[in-house]
Design a protein. Structure first.
Length: 408
């Protein structure tokens, strides 16, 4: 089926897997670095695209290199607010009307700048709120001709970090817990994030809609963090986990069974038996078949990030080889996401264009994918409100389909 880019841009979209620190405007990164006297490899957009934020990367390490620069400039209240505001505006400008912005607050905390967990999350909320209010005060939105814009914040715990080079917060934590093993420090930080997320949501009204677990999968399994996830689970907070990004299906199994994951970030490796390293799993194909069926049956949404996966998995030479094809064939619930707009040089519209040009997605299935982005969101409100919002969005989707004359 032929979908035009104009249709893709105009149809209502969401982005449920969107890292703030991976999605700054390049111009803003340079301006903030200059203002804060932070060293960059280059102070031109062309230079940074050549040296850091490339079209393709040799490995995951090279892909992640840019985060040291973005995190450095974001350890500032006004910078977080500005980046959050601009991220919402960039999404609005391409028809993305619901976003869940995720980042690790503990990477940005800096007590020397009076920047604690509350301030970090407050700054992001302030920027996102400003963009939301501007959009929702448009005449066409107020008249009900366009669905309103909304957002939530997902707080990320880090699977691994060390005493140096990650953030002032993590360095200080290692100094305070000098008699503890690194694994104990990492688990404690995750639990602190879980407690703070619930407290800031309940006592301060911040729109923290879920938690996430990000960072290197291999060697840092999801079950190490089950206590933190159990805490938020018992406090009615949603959960997503980076799983199956660069490790096997057992990582996804742990995310679902031990961390109560409502959604899975990436899930790329689910259908790759060679990446299953658990010796207890003898029949890998059967394991994958049963796990994928279980996930599909529960409608656990996979947050698919096509460009990002291609950039971080050198073995993926052609996007048509992406396991998104297997997800579609197994009738799994999926939604299209960017991961990192800056690092991957992408947008939600580009990701949809890639998906629609490389995989067999009839209109009915496209509508399902779009709908999952709203129906399976961690919407910051009551379930009844979310249903009403999703219905409004999908009615608008039908209007755009009719406008562009798209038929099954």
């Amino acid at each position: 089926m032929n979908y035009t880019f104009d249709f893709i841009s105009e149809m209502p979209k969401s982005d449920l897997h969107l890292h703030l620190d991976g999605s700054l405007r390049l111009k803003t990164l340079i301006e903030l670095a200059k203002a804060q006297k932070i060293e960059l490899p280059s102070y031109t957009e062309e230079g940074l695209k050549e040296q850091v934020f490339k079209e393709s990367y040799d490995n995951l390490g090279e892909y992640l290199r840019g985060f040291q620069y973005t995190c450095n400039v974001l350890r500032d209240y006004e910078a977080i607010e500005r980046a959050s505001y601009e991220l919402a505006i960039d999404n609005q400008n391409e028809g993305v009307i619901y976003i869940e912005v995720r980042f690790a607050p503990q990477l940005l905390i800096d007590k020397t700048k009076n920047l604690d967990m509350h301030k970090v999350l407050e700054a992001s909320t302030k920027g996102l709120d400003r963009a939301k209010n501007e959009y929702n005060n448009r005449p066409e939105v107020k008249a009900g001709k366009l669905p309103p814009f909304n957002y939530g914040i997902i707080a990320c715990a880090m699977r691994m970090f060390g005493p140096k080079g990650f953030s002032p917060y993590y360095t200080n934590l290692f100094n305070v817990m000098e008699n503890s093993k690194a694994s104990q420090v990492i688990k404690l930080a995750a639990m602190e994030l879980a407690r703070a997320s619930v407290k800031l949501r309940d006592e301060h009204g911040l729109p923290i809609v879920g938690i996430d677990l990000a960072g290197q999968e291999e060697g840092y399994p999801a079950h190490n963090f089950k206590e933190a996830y159990a805490y938020v689970h018992k406090n009615f907070m949603h959960k997503t986990v980076h799983a199956g990004e660069a490790y096997g299906a057992e990582s996804i199994f742990q995310a679902i069974t031990e961390c109560y994951a409502d959604r899975i970030g990436h899930g790329y490796s689910l259908f790759i038996p060679e990446l299953i390293l658990d010796d207890q799993i003898k029949d890998k194909k059967s394991y994958i078949n049963e796990l994928s069926s279980y996930i599909a049956d529960r409608r656990t949404v996979i947050e698919v990030c096509l460009t990002s996966n291609k950039q971080t998995n050198p073995d993926l030479k052609d996007i048509k080889e992406h396991k998104f094809k297997d997800m579609l064939e197994n009738r799994m619930a999926t939604t299209i996401c960017t991961d990192n707009r800056l690092v991957s040089n992408t947008t939600v519209s580009k990701e949809y264009e890639i998906a629609l040009n490389n995989f067999d997605i009839p209109l009915k299935r496209l509508k399902d994918i779009v709908a999952y982005g709203f129906k399976k969101s961690f919407y910051p409100g009551h379930y009844v409100e979310k249903r009403k919002y999703a219905k409004q969005v999908m009615n608008y989707f039908d209007q755009i389909v009719e406008k562009h004359g798209i038929k099954e």
